[in-house]
Design a protein around this ligand. Structure first.
Ligand code: DX5
Ligand code: ZN
Length: 216
């Protein structure tokens, strides 16, 4: 059970210090948005490149961008632990996943709430992690969409029956009150932005979330 706080809810003027406040996390989740694939704009390669230099945590890159073929390999070249791109944005998801893996990062594919699990089912052997979005991508602090939970269970069932061992990540609206349910459905990597960064003691919150995920 891994907790990846999303720095989307951190203070963007103090990212190095903000990373130090989540030292017990398994990785830092970095949301890259282009105001095209999603209606919001965050940060890109130059900032992530500096973050990588100062971060003691592995970086989990979530690309919410059109034309991920253009940028995803550069994040892998930096040395980011994993690079996630959206199925809905990729022209050649298998080719891109192979490229990311060849460079040396884990490759992951994300699906939006309206994209059915079946759309990604055949690609599972090509990736290291599936990201099931539990909100519409674009903004932190939204409420989890309960209808997305069934996709986590579908993914877990498919992985178990096919003997595949990739991780299932969930992102969007993850809180203390729903994390056990998400773990029960089959998720094992949890992104939490506002839940962690709004907490007074962020490492304590990470420990609580991890504990709740384990005790499902
Ligand atoms: C949303 C981002 C998420 C976001 C999650 O598009 O992909 O990573 O930061 O934030 P919370 O946990 O606040 O929903
Ligand atoms: Zn994200």
């Amino acid at each position: 059970m891994k907790i990846h706080p999303s720095i989307l809810s951190a203070d963007f003027a103090n990212l190095e210090a903000e990373l130090a406040t989540i030292s017990s996390a398994d990785a830092a989740h970095v949301d890259v948005m282009d105001n095209h694939f999603v209606p919001n704009l965050t940060l890109g390669l130059p900032i992530v490149s500096r973050l990588f230099e100062v971060s003691k945590l592995p970086l989990d890159i979530h690309l919410m961008i059109s034309n991920p073929e253009r940028w995803a390999p550069s994040y892998a070249e930096l040395g980011c632990e994993s690079v996630t791109f959206h199925l809905e944005a990729a022209a050649d998801p298998i080719g891109l996943a192979r490229k990311i893996r060849d460079i040396g990062s884990k490759a992951a594919i994300a699906i939006k709430p309206d994209t059915p699990f079946e759309a990604v089912a055949e690609l599972l052997p090509e990736i290291d992690m599936l990201l099931v979005m539990t909100v519409e991508p674009g903004f932190g602090g939204q409420k989890l969409i309960p209808e997305t939970i069934v996709k986590i269970a579908q993914a877990r069932k498919a992985l178990d029956s096919r003997g595949l061992s990739l991780a299932i990540q969930v992102d969007g609206g993850v809180t203390e009150s729903n994390i056990s349910q998400l773990a029960e459905a089959g998720a094992d990597v949890f992104v939490a932005g506002s839940a962690v960064f709004r907490a007074e003691n962020r490492n304590l919150e990470i420990a609580k979330l991890r504990e709740l995920a384990h005790s499902h």
